[in-house]
Write a protein that binds this ligand. Sequence first.
Ligand code: 13P
Length: 250
Amino acid sequence: MRRDIVIGNWKMKINQQSAQALVDEIIAGIPDVDADLAVCPPYLYIPEVGQRLAGTRIGLGAQNIATHLEGAYTGEIAAPMLKEFLCKYALVGHSERRANYADTDETVAMRFQQAIDADIIPVLAIGELLEEREQGVTFDVVARQLNAVIDFSGIENFQNAIIAYEPVWAIGTGLTASAEQAQEVHLYIRQLLADKNQRIAENIQIIYGGSVKPQNAEALFAMPDIDGALVGGDSLKADSFLKIYSSFQK
Ligand code: 13P
């Protein structure tokens, strides 16, 4: 059976002191829920947050990962560096990176592969823009983004990956896809994978991101193909983040 997981993406919305306080609060308050939990701090805070997480069951992730293993790539952080600091996960292809830092289907696929090669679980973010949803091409967009990575890396590598469906129009806007809207796309994603490999499709965690809050988490998690959440804003408040995590229990 698939395990559920909640991952916090702190984005660039925290400083050193508040990162320390937040992780300590999460550790102190983590309820006894049979699901995984992880946080993705900004790169700079990974060592310190990782030290605090040592010995807990909370996983550590990065918000991005370099396209190459090593070399003249000023400003980039390579997969083996993240591995040295015990990152278990790396976000790959977040829409903010696609929109603002020129990430393409191809570079996203390269990042995915770097994570796999370093034994880091890539959390592959895919999702449509508002105008794409309005044009009725949501499934086409999601299929294109996903197939680009499958073609580059091979379906077998999805055995060690997570997919995050994040409709861009729901990120940081307070608009959430309804549980039914999200479920429809999650099911589509799972079927696309099942056409290539049934076992991988059944086992892969497909999580939802986009204004996930304690108020909507329960309905989202009740859907058969939603295996958790990638949380932005509400992952910066320990109380809300842990309430979202506790929503699996209900
Ligand atoms: P919000 O939860 O702030 O909408 O952000 C979602 C997100 O981008 C997580 O990666």
